[in-house]
Write a protein that binds this ligand. Structure first.
Ligand SMILES: *[C@@H]1O[C@H](CO)[C@@H](O)[C@H](O)[C@H]1NC(C)=O
Ligand SMILES: *[C@@H]1O[C@H](CO)[C@@H](O)[C@H](O)[C@H]1NC(C)=O
Ligand SMILES: *[C@@H]1O[C@H](CO)[C@@H](O)[C@H](O)[C@H]1NC(C)=O
Length: 202
């Protein structure tokens, strides 16, 4: 399956329907792909490294892409979908500022070459964001895996919940608080990204 993360394929709809029929939704685990894609972390690390060597700013872009994905219906990769005018990509907080989509697609295609049709785009983005932070000298954390890719990209919701460039500080803080994030998270996610992007966006 060589499917880019930008297309919501029929196959994945079928897969999601099948999963809904399962009685218990499995928990995320850090070794979710241990047997189905043992080289996953190596592959993602190598591709992120290449992307950062090409342009260090991409580290901030991938982290921002990940948290902008997570704010809208959870970390389900829905920001990656080509959702037309109503998609998350076209929502004001993302339009002309969210970037790195092609890097995620490159990582996805390398992962697909090693283990086809196994790893979700949402998980790839989550690992890529962690590696971006780690490879630029930030902290390392273990990424729980096993996310399913969403098939709905809701631009209206994205506009509502994502911090916007001209939101006053208290609105930005409350948008983070709504996601279970605190002031430390506001600073960690906003400041490095503003510096790297050289514009005042959150
Ligand atoms: C994982 O990568 C190593 C080389 O780095 C390779 O020898 C091995 O076959 C790969 N395993 C799988 C399951 O693709
Ligand atoms: C998108 O989000 C809006 C605002 O929360 C909601 O009213 C609408 O039903 C959602 N649309 C879909 C397709 O989920
Ligand atoms: C925010 O939460 C983190 C982790 O739960 C904690 O380490 C940090 O001290 C908190 N920051 C504030 C300002 O409460």
């Amino acid at each position: 399956m060589k499917r880019p993360c930008s297309s919501s394929g029929y196959y994945f709809c079928l897969m999601n329907m099948f999963l809904l029929l399962l009685p218990v939704r499995s928990q995320l685990t850090t070794d979710f792909y241990k047997s189905s894609c043992p080289n996953l972390s190596k592959i993602v690390r190598r591709e992120v490294q290449k992307a950062l060597m090409n342009e260090i700013r991409m580290a901030a872009s991938l982290l921002r892409l990940h948290f902008h994905d997570c704010f809208v219906n959870g970390c389900d990769g829905s920001i990656l979908l080509d959702g037309g005018d109503d998609g998350e990509k076209s929502a004001a907080p993302n339009l002309n500022s969210a970037r790195g989509y092609e890097v995620v697609d490159t990582i996805k295609s390398s992962v697909e070459s090693a283990c086809s049709g196994v790893v979700s785009c949402a998980d790839i983005l989550a690992i890529a964001a962690r590696d971006s932070v780690f490879l630029s000298g930030g902290p390392f954390w273990k990424v729980p895996l096993g996310r399913r890719d969403g098939t709905v990209s809701n631009g209206t919701l994205a506009t509502e919940v994502l911090p916007a460039p001209f939101d006053p500080l208290n609105t930005i803080i409350s948008k983070f608080t709504n996601m279970g994030l605190n002031l430390t998270d506001v600073v960690s996610l906003s400041v490095p990204i503003q510096l790297a992007e050289q514009v005042y966006i959150v």
